[in-house]
Design a binder for this molecule. Structure first.
Ligand SMILES: *Cc1c(COP(=O)(O)O)cnc(C)c1O
Length: 219
């Protein structure tokens, strides 16, 4: 199957899942996750009309996205991988959305960088819903206070929450927990769902899904 066909298939599955959940068509944004694929492999997705992309690594993204963004206006780039403080300046410069704010230090560094560069980047807080030690993200119990801290202490506007459920568990309860925390924290957006579970995520209220291999193929 060609990339364009796979992309169309994912889009139609999202539309069907929206309908089934009684949600309006277009309620869910598709973030096409292009990590490990190079500019030539990403261009067909852009030609097919895809404008929103996700990447895991700042350095890898610097090697392809400045060029791709220059070619096509209106690209929206999301950072969905862990962020280190020493990459914060580059991340603020290149990305439109950072989905992985998960501790005070990085929140502070991002706030400082945005001031320095005079650029505002949209932000999500990553929640470690499965409390997995190897995974990034703030603990569920600390989420509301952390969002509050970002807003009140740092003046950041946090627009959503993001999670990556444990690979070996039913994702539904994790999606439900993220939605509940978003309600408590007063944020509107929910970034949840990947190739294997994005339709479930739509049913649980995802406002964006991050789909890689179902579009670009195996990595
Ligand atoms: C790689 C990645 C995805 C996409 O995963 P697929 O299973 O290829 O769809 C989504 N979210 C994050 C945070 C990722 O690192």
């Amino acid at each position: 199957m060609e990339l364009q066909e796979r992309l169309n298939e994912v889009r139609s599955h999202i539309t069907a899942a929206e309908r089934q959940a009684g949600r309006p068509t277009g309620a869910v944004q598709l973030v096409a996750v292009s990590k490990t694929f190079d500019a030539d492999q990403i261009r067909p997705a852009i030609s097919a009309g895809q404008r929103v992309f996700g990447e895991n690594r700042v350095q890898e993204s610097q090697g392809k996205w400045p060029e791709l963004k220059a070619e096509t206006p209106g690209i929206e780039l999301h950072l969905i991988g862990p962020l280190q403080s020493n990459k914060a300046a580059d991340a603020v410069e290149l990305f439109d959305v950072i989905e992985t704010i998960d501790r005070e230090k990085i929140a502070r560094t991002i706030a400082d960088e945005m001031k320095l560069q005079g650029k505002s980047v949209r932000l999500y807080v990553q929640v470690n819903t499965g409390l997995e030690p190897q995974k990034a993200g703030i603990a569920p119990d600390d989420t509301v206070a952390f969002v509050d801290f970002c807003r009140k202490e740092l003046g950041l506007s946090v627009e959503g929450l993001m999670c990556i459920p444990p690979a070996d568990e039913n994702p539904g309860p994790h999606f439900a927990l993220l939605a509940k925390l978003a309600g408590q924290a007063g944020v509107e957006k929910l970034s949840m769902g990947m190739s294997s579970d994005y339709e479930t995520a739509v049913a649980f209220g995802a406002t964006s899904v991050r789909v890689g291999s179902a579009i670009f193929g195996a990595r």
